[in-house]
Design a binder for this molecule. Structure first.
Ligand code: ZN
Length: 154
């Protein structure tokens, strides 16, 4: 079993979005609403309690590699401060969601894309990182396509 970390978006970006109510990377206004769906929050990687928790919607670009083709998209985070997730295991709250994993190589080259279906998440992850050229992976919602989290080799 390969060793990896699954990480929420950078804390600095989440803080900036909460304070400015704008996308820190693009400047577009952020939207505040009571959660109508599960999310999840891209900072703590927990699902929202619909009807009660407030969330912030803004445009986020997940690639750190400057040579990668940017892929901006909508993400949600809790309106109130929460703790950034950075750990070796998939948060249990995410296990029930439709998930897909994408493995990226140098310059953000997409090398593999797999849905997590019949096979458990850990098996798919193992497949993706088995290729030595894969430097990091993105976890995405397999139905709507949104970016959920970044995974790095340890
Ligand atoms: Zn959160």
């Amino acid at each position: 079993m390969c060793s990896y970390r699954i990480q929420g978006i950078p804390e600095s970006l989440a803080t900036a979005a909460r304070e400015s109510l704008r996308s820190p990377q693009y400047g577009h206004p952020a939207h505040i609403e009571v959660a109508t769906g599960y999310g999840p929050c891209r900072l703590c990687l927990q699902t929202f309690q619909t009807g009660t928790e407030e969330r912030l919607l803004f445009t986020y670009q997940p690639f750190i590699d400057r040579a990668a083709l940017p892929a901006p998209g909508p993400v949600f985070i809790h309106r109130s401060p929460c703790e950034r997730y950075d750990g070796p295991a998939l948060p249990e709250a995410l296990r029930a969601l439709p998930l897909a994993l994408e493995g990226y190589g140098a310059e953000g080259m997409l090398l593999s894309q797999q849905r997590v279906g019949a096979e458990p998440f850990e098996g798919v992850l193992q497949d993706v990182f088995e290729r030595a050229e894969v430097q990091y992976a993105h976890l995405r919602n397999a139905e709507v396509g949104c970016f959920i989290a970044r995974l790095e080799r340890r």
